[in-house]
Design a protein around this ligand. Structure first.
Ligand SMILES: [Zn+2]
Ligand SMILES: [Zn+2]
Length: 423
């Protein structure tokens, strides 16, 4: 039988990071994501020749999916960049911020980021877009604002790439959309396939209890949170519960507020979002920053793993008193300051490791599906797809892939980078 599509795994193979998949047909080559692996020195997916690539589809703005796209615009590449409008705006913001912090290690500069934007085409959900003989459709993925899963079709063959996915939704986002016809291949994220997470309502309740506890005892609660989605989600949690005390927001989260405000149609409840960000005070200068740390209130600010930004200032000023609290609401990567705080109750200040006296708690607010929910996706999709389990740690992808072939009888793989599959 003729081969209609070839899929080459370029990244996110047995790891979380540098997601990148090359899909080729008879006369087209497209990339699904082209991300980076965020480490002190970032790592990249397998190289492709930019002139061979007709289009790059970005599933969502997180840098492990979008971060290396500008490297394809070093020469006078004419590749199209396809993403939803908020994904493009948020990718632009995050990539430029990454350039400021770790530009030294990156193979591109601002000019390439500008070229990426110049070549982009907005695509709405559920709207078919043709690239030669390939058709692309984006489906809401429920993971971050503008985030999508991607379907690629060619001559009756269909690939479904989940991207990062959340089928339960959140205060901010609708659940992922899985309403489509039979598929022949599924590339599925595996991040939490071996872990069950707490119900979201339970996490919200526990976070609110902690906040009441700290603020009513005259303390300040600091919530380091990713600037995209998590900060806004947390603001919505406080608003929806009519939390009666002061909540402030700082850092790049404020720019994200402005971007998200442009796209109410991408939100589950745009009224709640509007009220939530109007309800919080936006901290814009050092004078206010220095005042709020002396008040009983809640402070939401990036970075989620305490790597940089105004988070450092807040830690330095709040960690010395047990009246204060730190609520970690994001995943804490290995060797990050956030992980050290959680495990050792220490924080590095001016090059010295110091003990943290503030109360530290972690709450689960993941934007990813948990194990049960990933299996629900497999229950719901139609067809007899070959499955590639990606975007999970080594063992996690391998186990998930084995479970899928046992339970569903599908051909299933935990691919290595460079592996190719044919349809
Ligand atoms: Zn993501
Ligand atoms: Zn990801």
């Amino acid at each position: 039988m003729d081969i209609i599509l070839e899929i080459k795994v370029l990244g996110a193979a047995k790891e979380v990071g540098r997601s990148a998949f090359l899909v080729s047909s008879e006369n087209s080559n497209i990339l699904l994501d082209y991300g980076i692996l965020l480490k002190r020195e970032p790592e990249f997916p397998i190289h492709v020749k930019p002139k061979d690539i007709h289009a790059i589809v970005i599933s969502h703005a997180h840098l492990d999916h979008s971060g290396n796209v500008p490297s394809l615009f070093l020469s006078s590449s004419r590749s199209q960049v396809i993403a939803t409008a908020p994904t493009m705006d948020l990718s632009y913001l995050l990539i430029n911020d990454m350039l400021k912090i770790s530009g030294f290690y990156l193979p591109f500069e601002n000019i390439e980021v500008e070229n990426m934007v110049k070549n982009h085409t907005d695509l709405d959900f559920r709207t078919k877009h043709a690239i030669n003989d390939l058709n692309i459709t984006l489906f809401e993925s429920g993971h971050v604002v503008g985030g999508s899963s991607i379907i690629v079709e060619c001559k009756g063959k269909k690939i479904f790439y989940t991207g990062d996915i959340n089928t339960r939704g959140s205060k901010l986002l609708r659940p992922a959309d899985l309403d489509f016809e039979e598929i022949d291949m599924m590339i599925i994220e595996s991040t939490y396939s071996q872990t069950n997470q707490k119900q979201r309502e339970q996490s919200e309740k526990e976070l609110l209890e902690f906040a009441y506890d700290i603020v009513e005892n005259d303390g300040t609660l600091f919530i380091p949170a990713f600037s995209v989605e998590r900060s806004q989600e947390i603001a919505c949690v406080f608003k929806a519960a009519n939390f009666p005390y002061k909540v402030v927001m700082d850092g790049m989260a404020l720019k994200v507020n402005e971007i998200i405000s442009k796209y109410p149609e991408f939100l589950r409840d745009s009224e709640l979002f509007k009220n939530a960000i109007e309800n919080v005070e936006w901290i814009r200068d050092w004078k206010r920053r220095k005042q709020v740390i002396k008040q009983p209130c809640v402070i939401i600010s990036p970075a989620g793993m305490l790597v940089g930004g105004s988070a450092i200032f807040y830690m330095q000023n709040l960690m010395n008193s047990d009246k204060n609290g730190i609520a970690l609401v994001s995943y804490q990567g290995e060797n990050t300051p956030g992980r050290l705080l959680l495990e050792k109750k220490t924080f590095k200040m001016n090059g010295k490791i110091k003990k943290c006296f503030a109360q530290v708690k972690q709450f689960e607010f993941s934007g990813h599906n948990s194990r049960e929910e990933l299996f629900e996706i497999l229950d719901r999709v139609k067809g007899n797809p070959t499955v590639l389990a990606v975007h999970g740690d080594n063992d996690v992808c391998v186990k998930f892939s084995e479970e899928i072939s046992e339970k569903y009888g599908y051909e299933s793989f935990a691919p290595n980078a460079g592996d190719t599959y044919k349809l």
